[in-house]
Design a protein around this ligand. Sequence first.
Ligand SMILES: [Zn+2]
Length: 147
Amino acid sequence: MSTEEAIKISEAEWEIMRVVWTLEEADAATINDVLHEKMQWKFATVKTLLGRLVKKEALKTRQVGKKFFYSATISEEKSIHEATQELFSRICATRMAENLAQMIEEVQLTPSDVEQLIQTLKNKKTVEKIICNCIPGQCQCHRNSGK
Ligand SMILES: [Zn+2]
């Protein structure tokens, strides 16, 4: 896989990645222990997911005796950024602000978080008009324009 291409990580695989990112290196049994209560997966499921993530080159292995230790090849920050980009690609550009506002409403923020967001907004370069890049029929933008 080229380094340019984002690795697609499924919801179940994210659960595994978060444990590996946190522990930096872990074997299957340790990952299973962390996720057992939350996910109620069979150990075989954890092993299947680990196998998939190795195949996708999101994880690499290091063998010590009979044990395999897993570590991430992609950073948590980069993966979150890519997942966010993917989410944004599903939203019409003209509706981004309302969606961002809603996200802000829904998350917990400290006063310093709010201050940081205000600074980000103050420094934000704006555009005169937002150009929708959806195809006709996938958003409301084209409805009244006769296209
Ligand atoms: Zn649109």
